[in-house]
Structures are given as C-alpha cells and as structure tokens.
Design a protein around this ligand. Structure first.
Ligand code: 13P
Length: 241
C-alpha cells in the first residue's frame, strides 16, 4: 500500500503524520507500506520511520547521475535519504511536466540500475477510454516504458486518469479488467515472472472502497493520493481486511 502525497506537507506536517501513523500500523506485518512525501520531507521522514518497516519513495527522479540539471534529483540522492522506491511516470508528470514514454523509460533504467525499486504508473484518460483505446494506450505505455528493462524491482500502478482526485473510482471489475490486461502484457515481456509483479490500483482509493478493489485477483495493492494524507484514513486502507 503506497501513499503518494504529491505536493503536500511541510516537514512539520510530515512529522505530525508519521507520529500519528506509526502507532496505528505497528501490528501490521503482511502488508508492505510505502510513503512518498515531497523531497523536502524525505530526511525527516527517514529519521522518524527509523527501524519501522515502512519504506520511503521519491515521487520523481531524473535519469542522469549528476551535473548541470537545475532543479533535478538523481537516483543516488534518493538512496542517500533512505528511499527504497521511486514513483515514475505519474500521469500528473506526463500531463503537466512533459514526461513522455521515452523519458519515463530513461528514468526507470536509471533508477533500477541505482538499486531503487520502481512504481511505474500507467493509465488512460477519459477521452481515451471513451474512444475505446484503453488497451492500446496501456500497451504502448508498457512497451515503450519498459523497453530494455528487467522485471527485477518493478511494481506497476494502474491509475486511470479520470479516477485521480475525482472521487470517481474505477469499479472493481474495470480495475480487474485493466490489471489482467497489464499482466498479460507483462507476460509477453517477462514470461512467468509476470505473475509475481505487483500491480497497484490508483484513483480515488478510500478506506471504504479498498477491500472491494483488493478482492480482485490481479489487484495487488493501492497507490493512494488524497486519502493517504491523514493517518487514520491511510491506516484504514493499509488495514483493509
Ligand atoms: P487520489 O487517490 O487522490 O485519486 O490520487 C491517486 C494518485 O494519483 C496516486 O498516485
């Protein structure tokens, strides 16, 4: 279960969240929990999470190791502040910051070779869904995004753009249909290993709809935006059973 805080929370707010969240999930053992705060909160989050088994993720990364790239953050810098994961290819980055399948691919390569696990986001817009292009889009994003990349350290996140921050969740059946398709595409790339790659669903996941989504065979977890910003709400999602 992964929390994507997007551009939310100062260091103080991060501290407040973690102090409230840790006691709520202290007994959780069989769910991997990941939090992706903004870059500025990573050091304080790493310190407070300490020996807990909650992992940290960056929300983005650049594909070069170092150099004259004002405003960018390298894979090594994320490792330096205890990140084990990085989110790559989020639709907001594709939509507002010009990310393409090609830059996403370069970022995934760089992250994996630096030893970061990657949460690779894909998903169609409403227009693409309504014009019957969902599977074409997912296929293109997977094929281009994962060109030359091995399955090791890879997590997929299916986030239909029309369900992000809109309160319109995909139905469990719609999520399952897309996840099954994604898994079969991963099968074309990785053979049987595709069965072990986790595919998260993202888009208006809340404590009260997570268990119906999680009941579907190919839904292995959730990538949560808005409902991950409050400790009790994200804890409710983590403890969905
Ligand atoms: P919401 O949960 O706010 O819809 O955001 C989903 C998302 O984009 C997670 O990466």
């Amino acid at each position: 279960m992964a929390a994507n805080w997007k551009m939310n929370k100062t260091t103080k707010e991060t501290e407040g969240f973690i102090n409230g969240f840790l006691p709520l999930v202290k007994d959780v053992q069989d769910v991997e929990i990941v939090i992706a705060p903004p870059f500025t909160s990573l050091p304080v989050a790493a310190k407070l999470l300490g020996e807990s088994n909650i992992k940290l993720a960056g929300q983005n990364v650049f594909y070069e190791e170092s150099g004259a790239y004002t405003g960018e953050i390298s894979p090594l810098m994320l490792k330096d502040v205890e990140c084990s994961y990085v989110i790559i290819g989020h639709s907001e980055r594709r939509q507002y910051f010009g990310e393409t399948d090609e830059t996403v691919n370069r970022k995934i390569r760089a992250a994996i070779s630096a030893g970061l696990a990657v949460i690779f986001c894909i998903g169609e817009t409403l227009e693409q869904r309504e014009s019957g292009n969902t599977f074409n889009i997912l296929k293109r994003q997977i094929t281009e995004g994962l060109r030359g990349i091995t399955a090791n350290g890879l997590v997929l996140a299916y986030e239909p753009v029309w369900a992000i921050g809109t309160g319109k969740t995909a139905s469990p059946e719609q999520a399952q249909e897309a996840h099954r398709f994604i898994r079969s595409e991963l099968g074309n790339l990785y053979g049987d290993t595709a069965g072990t790659i986790r595919i998260l669903y993202g888009g208006s996941v809340k404590p009260d709809n997570v268990s119906s989504l999680m009941s579907k065979e190919d839904v292995d977890g959730a990538l949560v935006g808005g409902a991950s910003l409050k400790p009790d709400s994200f804890a409710g999602i983590v403890k969905y059973i």
